[in-house]
Design a protein around this ligand. Structure first.
Ligand SMILES: *Cc1c(COP(=O)(O)O)cnc(C)c1O
Length: 368
């Protein structure tokens, strides 16, 4: 097929030609033209969360996890105690990196097919005064479940606890408003719902928190306070910036704004998700989550209960038709995942469903 395959994955994802073309230019990291791109992008990112009054945004090189790690290392003092709300794989990753950063980490566990519970968090905070910070994964990409950010933020505010949000797979699509949701740090990345290419993250940090965070980080490269101070002073990144990733993200954000910003993006992804779920259901495939808790980001699907089914062969047959699927991440049930995000719309989702149907039939399964 004479096009790149459509990526039905939660990043990297399918980008527009305009975003790809933005990378065909070399930039000097010290040059004022590149510094202007960085400054404009930082302002636009703050616009998206209405954060100019309350927060700064600090970009960081690397994949999204680098920024989660940096947020924990920068925001949580070394003697801090972090409670991770756990309903999936990315929560477990956050707990692990918190521990590896040398911070005390506790976990409040929930079922994988349900959102975490703000009342349960309140009860835990009431009984353990040593907890200083809470980590929430906004959309748990391991299953696709949406967690209640506003409710969790309200509980943390009421109990005077810091909140660190991994909004990697939700930022730009689900509503996030710094004026109504109080968070110390919120982490996102270039290659998810903003539809840029992967390679950098960015962290919104409450102004009072970044100012008080000097010396917290035990890592030089991951120190967001240092990155922030240097960037404010010089307009430049502290170490070599991912120049091509940055300009691609700037171009992607320009298109995000032209499309109508977060509400428009959410509407397109909702339509993608609904088209996908209806199509899968016609093929006899069932989503893992009930609809009320499903975020329109990524859908976990029960594997067909049939001896001829094999994910690797299914994947290869879908790929031959131009669509890249994603493996499941659950240990108890056999599943696969299909992303709804990226520069794709209803037509591509319909074609993806057709391709999955043909792939199943090629494996000898009944499909629809
Ligand atoms: C994508 C993602 C990350 C970051 O993963 P990387 O592979 O490091 O980019 C972190 N948290 C969530 C919820 C994600 O979806």
């Amino acid at each position: 097929m004479d096009r790149d395959p459509i990526l039905l994955t939660p990043g990297p994802l399918t980008t527009t030609l305009r975003t790809k073309l933005a990378m065909l230019k070399d930039w000097g990291s010290w040059d004022s033209d590149f510094n202007a791109v960085t400054a404009r992008l930082r302002a636009q990112l703050l616009d998206i969360v209405n954060g100019h009054e309350t927060h700064v945004v600090v970009p960081l090189q690397g994949s999204g996890t680098f920024s989660v790690e940096a947020a924990v290392a920068t925001v949580v003092p070394r003697e801090g105690h972090v409670l991770v709300l756990d309903n999936g794989a990315y929560c477990k990753r956050a707990a692990k990196l918190t521990q590896m950063m040398g911070r005390r980490a506790s976990v409040l566990a929930f079922a994988e097919d349900e959102p975490v519970s703000a009342p349960a968090l309140a009860a835990r905070l009431a009984e353990d005064a040593s907890i200083t910070h809470v980590v929430l994964i906004h959309c748990e990409t391991g299953t696709g479940v949406e967690n209640p950010l506003a409710d969790v933020a309200a509980v943390c505010e009421r109990h005077g606890k810091g909140l660190i949000v991994d909004a990697m797979s939700s930022f730009g699509a689900l509503p996030i408003d710094a004026r109504t949701m109080r968070f110390d740090a919120l982490v996102a990345a270039s290659g998810k719902c903003l539809e840029g290419v992967p390679g950098m993250g960015f962290v919104f940090v409450r102004k009072a928190v970044i100012e008080a965070s000097a010396g917290n980080s035990q890592s030089l490269a991951m120190d967001l306070h240092d990155q922030h101070v240097y960037m404010e002073r010089t307009g430049q990144w502290r170490f070599t910036p991912p120049t091509h990733v940055m300009v691609a993200l700037a171009e992607a954000v320009a298109q995000f704004i032209e499309e109508g910003g977060q509400p428009a993006r959410l509407a397109r992804y909702r339509d993608n998700c609904a088209t996908l779920i209806a199509g899968l259901s016609a093929l006899g495939l069932q989503p893992f989550l009930r609809p009320e808790v499903q975020a329109p980001i990524i859908v976990t699907v029960h594997a067909p209960d049939h001896p001829a089914y094999d994910f690797k062969r299914f994947y290869a047959a879908a790929k031959a038709r131009g669509f890249i699927l994603y493996p499941g991440k659950l240990t108890e049930v056999e599943t696969f995942r299909v992303g709804c995000i990226g520069a794709i719309g209803r037509n591509e989702m319909q074609q993806a469903v057709n391709a999955m149907g043909e792939a199943l039939r090629e494996l000898g399964l009944p499909a629809g």
